[in-house]
Each structure stands twice: as structure tokens, then as C-alpha cells.
Design a protein around this ligand. Sequence first.
Ligand SMILES: NC(=O)c1ccc[n+]([C@@H]2O[C@H](COP(=O)([O-])OP(=O)(O)OC[C@H]3O[C@@H](n4cnc5c(N)ncnc54)[C@H](O)[C@@H]3O)[C@@H](O)[C@H]2O)c1
Ligand SMILES: [Zn+2]
Length: 381
Amino acid sequence: MEPGGKARRTSSPVTRELPIAHDIQMPGYTITISPGILESAGMLIHAATHGHRYAIVSDLAVAGRFGNQLLESFPPGEAHLFTFYGGESVKTRETWARLTDEMAEVGLGRDSVVVSLGGGIATDLAGFVAATFMRGVPVAHVPTSLLAMIDASIGGKAGVDIPAGKNLVGAFHQPSAVILDPLCLLSLPAAELRAGMAEVLKHGAILDAPFFERTVAAMPTLIGPEGAASVEMLEIIRRAVAIKCDVVRRDEREAGVRHVLNFGHTIGHALELVSHFAVPHGEAVAIGMVIEGRIAEALGLAEADTADRIARALDGAGLPTTRPDHLDVESIMNATRLDKKSRAGAVRYALPTRIGAMAAGDGSWSLPVPDALVREVLGRS
Ligand SMILES: NC(=O)c1ccc[n+]([C@@H]2O[C@H](COP(=O)([O-])OP(=O)(O)OC[C@H]3O[C@@H](n4cnc5c(N)ncnc54)[C@H](O)[C@@H]3O)[C@@H](O)[C@H]2O)c1
Ligand SMILES: [Zn+2]
């Protein structure tokens, strides 16, 4: 398919109404968004990377569902499938070691390309494998969860978790192509779709108030039975991807404005860690956004009602908005200190000033917040 050209039609109602592929150009790669594009993914990835062999990295559930279709979109014999058991608990150096060993065993070399197929676990693991295998080979992403489509597949952050915290070992490794087929969402479990909605709402909350409101209004359709194949879903994916791209383009290495994407994540990551990942990422970020919104209000930074508006929006998506009772305040406080944004001992937060705008701080787009204030807000959240 030509960039910006016509998407292949399928029998889906979405593709009949929206015949055009929506490409977003990033420095060095194209994000192709089109219902039904999965069957052409191999061709597009080959055109972007000119690889000779392709290592598809996918969790077992997603591989079982889409693995063959993706394999068959490459010329026969060129692509190999490498799988792992799903879940945050396998985003580890051990899984990275096994995948790279298996790739070496089948003789993949420097002319290989790694292709992630799946959610954010697959993109993060595959990206880190690609960043390190043979000192670095290209990676392409074929995200299948909403969270991976609008967040994890864009921007080049890759890595694994270690006992001390999430994503603490990793690399920046920009993809060579991102192929995004919204129809993959048709099989995504409802809880995972809601988790992705937390990040969609985050994108609106940090940069685009009208988009935030549009998403809130469309939420019943988006999370309804036909939501995954709806025109509304295609539109919110396009806008959410465009927002992430806009931020990453301005600050690829997270030296400044990219910090705004971490809204909700300082508390969110702490909740994941303290719960031993029993609280999934999307839910942790949902609760984290409300608590960090309250922190911003308590500091006098954010307009009154900012946190409540975020909470109402998340509630409409069926997401939690309060700290689970069994996760105690002190453990969460301790976990926030492992955050990568902490500098010189002070934990820093990316904080809103209102829906659609974030505090620039000293230009780092993150601010130190006294422990006492965080403790007080956590205690009543
Ligand atoms: N690199 C980044 O910039 C970035 C950004 C945001 C999140 N992340 C990371 O992403 C991870 C979370 O990603 P996630 O929520 O996608 O988790 P995930 O990869 O575990 O996917 C969620 C679940 O959905 C299943 N699944 C995915 N697509 C499916 C489909 N189409 N049909 C049926 N089942 C499907 C998976 O098998 C899995 O069980 C976290 O580790 C987070 O740190 C990274
Ligand atoms: Zn996130």
C-alpha cells in the first residue's frame, strides 16, 4: 500500500465508511492506521526496513489469535515466531535472555528485524530485544491492545522490569514502522480496553481539552459491544496517537516536555509495585491521575474540579478512581521514591493546571512535591 493510499477493504462496517488509511509521519518512520491493515503488515514492514529475516515477538494468547496472519503477510520462510507467556511478571531480563538465545539459535543475524505483535508487554520486550540483539537491529510494532496502539508502540521507549522497579533497565529504540489495525481490538478483553481508555483520557487531560470531552461523550459507544469497530474508536485512536507523536517529536529523549506523558504514572507505578502488579497498569494510572490531580489542586496549581472531572471521566469508562484500601500510604510513599523522575532525593510529578494543560515547572515539566503533602492526599484518596 502506498503511504496515505487506500486501505484494503474488508467486510467490516468501519472500512466501508472510512476507506482511507491514516498515516502519521514521525521522524524516521510512519504510523499506518487502517482497519484491516494487519494482512498487509509484512509487506509494509519489509518496505520500511528491508530486512531479510523477521523475528515476531508475541505473547502466547495474541500469537494464537493473530500470529499466523502476521507470519503469512511476510514472504514464505522469512518470518519466525517467538512467544512468551503474557503478563507484566514476564517483562524481565530472563525473558529477554531466552528470546535473544532462541533468535541466535535459529541463526538470525544483523540483517534481522524484530516485530512486536501484542500489547505493551510485547512492544517493550521486543523493543529491548531489538535494541540489544547484535548490538541493535530495527524494530517494527504491530500493537493489538488499545494501550499499545496509542502509547507503548510510539516513542521508542523499550525495557524490562527489575525487582527494584518497573522499566528500570531499557533503551530508547525508535521503531522503523508502526502498523495499527483497530480491528484487532474486536477480541481485546473489556478490562484491557478500559485500561487503554485510561491512557486515552490521559492524552486529552494533558494536552487537548476538547478531545478529553469528546472521548467522555463517546465513552458509552467506545466501551460498548460494537465499540472496537466503531468510527468513534478509529477517530479517538487517531487523535490519541497524534497527541503522543506531537509530544515525542518535541522531546524524543524525555529531557523536558515528554514528562507530561507521565501524568498519573508516579503514583500509578507505585501502586503497581506495591500491589505486585495485581493492580494492572491502566487501572493504576487511572487512580494515579486522580491522586496527582488532587496533589496539583492542593499545591494551588490546578483549577478546582480538575481531579473530580478526571475521576468522573474515568468512572464513565468503568475504571477505579480511589486508592485500594489494602495498599497502605507508607508503602506507596516508599515506592514513589524509586521513580525515574526523582532527582536529588525529591520525587517529581508531572502535574496539570487544568484539563488540557500541564505545569511547565522550571522547564522540566515536572515538579518536586513535599512528602507531607503527598501523604496527606494519599490518606484521603
Ligand atoms: N514503552 C512505552 O512508552 C509504554 C507506554 C505505556 C505502557 N507501556 C507498558 O505497556 C505494558 C502494558 O501494556 P498492555 O496493557 O497492552 O499489556 P499486555 O501486553 O499484557 O496486554 C494486555 C492483555 O491483552 C491481551 N491482548 C492484547 N491484544 C489483544 C487482542 N487484540 N485480543 C485479545 N487479547 C489481546 C494480551 O494477551 C494481554 O493478556 C506495561 O508494561 C507498561 O509499562 C509502555
Ligand atoms: Zn502508561
